[in-house]
Design a protein. Structure first.
Length: 257
């Protein structure tokens, strides 16, 4: 696994997040893995308008559908680690970088499951190979797009044509990463000497998706939060029919002192 900086969350912190999610999964089996949450978090950083904590948390862990923390302490621990990771990702996406191998660049917390499987002895792989194994960074991209799909109003393309075109291209780049890597694996995703687990085209798609996240963050930073238009209705005269539809005069209904 990779992290965006040595000063950020360490392996023990991500293990703690995995443990919490595993525990929540005992009560709700559709609870996502952290890689999915990592993609969702990146979308939250890029989202045009900051979302309320209870709003996104309920959607991510499906609190209304059965997901629940064991207790208040577990919830507090999860949110503390989430907040720390959120700030790390935001700092990375706001950094002025020229290459993704810059130490300050955003490096999603993703797993190379196919690479791990390829490292196992053949007899240990036999029972697993028949299962559907996600491609490199596929789960991360699915988590990102899950957030986009749940708050479509926050991801409407900007009015400026050039910016709108860039916005759509960025989302398309992330959507491309949600697809399976069907090309022949020739490279190791996370190590120089690991077994081939990803195609060269997949790594290129991954890089394009990361640059897309940078561009989306910059687009909404420059435009600002979405302004919700408030439509005010005119107050009727005291002897006019009340606008609540009761049939009474306003002074004897909603306008009563």
């Amino acid at each position: 696994m990779t992290t965006s900086s040595e000063a950020g969350l360490g392996p023990q912190d991500f293990d703690a997040l995995d443990d919490i999610l595993d525990d929540v999964r005992t009560r709700h089996d559709e609870t996502p893995q952290w890689e999915f949450c990592e993609g969702f978090l990146a979308a939250m950083v890029c989202c045009r308008t900051p979302l309320a904590q209870d709003e996104w948390l309920s959607v991510l862990l499906d609190m209304e559908g059965g997901g629940s923390f064991a207790d208040a302490a577990q919830r507090e621990r999860f949110l503390a680690l989430w907040s720390q990771r959120f700030e790390e990702v935001k700092t990375a996406l706001d950094a002025d970088i020229e290459a993704l191998d810059d130490d300050r660049a955003y490096a999603p917390e993703v797993m190379d499951i196919r690479g791990a499987l390829a490292s196992l002895p053949p007899e240990e792989r036999s029972d697993i190979e028949a299962e559907e194994i996600p491609s490199f960074a596929q789960v991360w991209a699915l988590g990102f797009m899950f957030a986009v799909e749940n708050w479509p109003d926050e991801w409407v393309a900007p009015k400026d044509k050039d910016t709108a075109k860039l916005h759509d291209q960025c989302l398309q780049a992330i959507v491309a990463l949600t697809e399976d890597d069907t090309d022949e694996p020739t490279l190791s995703a996370l190590s120089e000497d690991g077994p081939p687990s990803v195609s060269e085209s997949r790594l290129n798609t991954y890089g394009e998706a990361l640059w897309a996240v940078y561009d989306l963050r910059e687009i909404w930073r420059s435009i600002g939060a979405r302004v919700v238009q408030v439509i005010r209705t005119a107050t009727p005269g005291r002897n006019d029919p009340c606008n609540c539809g009761s049939g009474q005069k306003y002074k004897k209904c909603c306008g009563a002192d």
